[in-house]
Write a protein that binds this ligand. Structure first.
Ligand code: HEC
Length: 161
């Protein structure tokens, strides 16, 4: 009798393992801290460096994006949007910005054959560098936009069960 719980525990562990293999990492994103830190000087110094080396060529040295960024070019791809107050980067919560940068636009939008010029940074930048560069971008927004982005985050978190 005292041995009975053991098979149950083993069974549960196996079931969890199978679910993990079949469904992918069920905790992806949940345990990782993707909260942007636009007030942390050390994070910002790193983020600025990452921005200049990895993002500025497309998104602009002053976050201004590429001209006519709302219109697709002859190749069907959108130009890089601005990351300043005039763009829509700040409309997305931290977690989505992190996932777009790490996994790419197509994956986050659930589009399999979406042609985009936005690179996938998984394997190029570590998670901390992705948080750092996005934190730096946020640090460049005027106070009013930062406050609205904080609100976007609060709404996103209250929707997450
Ligand atoms: C080769 C050009 C290029 C580079 C380099 C690049 N991007 Fe992009 N990025 C784009 C394009 C183009 C889009 C628009 C995506 C689309 O819908 O096709 C975009 C979109 C985005 C978006 C979504 C914005 C929104 O409002 O939805 C984020 C966030 C982003 N990029 C972050 C970054 C970061 C951070 C870096 C540097 C680590 C970076 N990008 C480097 C071209 C680039």
């Amino acid at each position: 009798m005292t041995l009975r719980p053991l098979p149950v525990v083993v069974g549960l562990a196996l079931a969890a393992g199978v679910a993990f293999l079949v469904l992918g990492d069920p905790f992806a994103g949940a345990g990782r801290d993707t909260t942007l830190r636009p007030d942390d000087a050390r994070v910002l110094a790193r983020g600025r460096q990452v921005y200049e080396t990895q993002c500025a060529t497309c998104h602009g040295a002053r976050l201004e994006g590429q001209p006519n960024w709302r219109e697709r070019g002859p190749d069907g791809r959108l130009p890089a949007p601005p990351h300043d107050a005039s763009g829509h980067t700040w409309h997305h919560p931290d977690e989505i910005l992190f996932r777009i940068t790490k996994l790419g636009v197509a994956k986050v939008a659930n589009l399999t054959d979406y042609a985009t010029a936005m690179p996938v940074y998984d394997g190029v930048l570590g998670d901390e560098d992705i948080v750092a560069v996005l934190s730096w971008i946020k640090s460049q927004w005027p106070a009013g936009i930062r406050a609205r982005h904080d609100q976007v985050n609060r709404q996103a978190r209250s929707r997450t069960p």
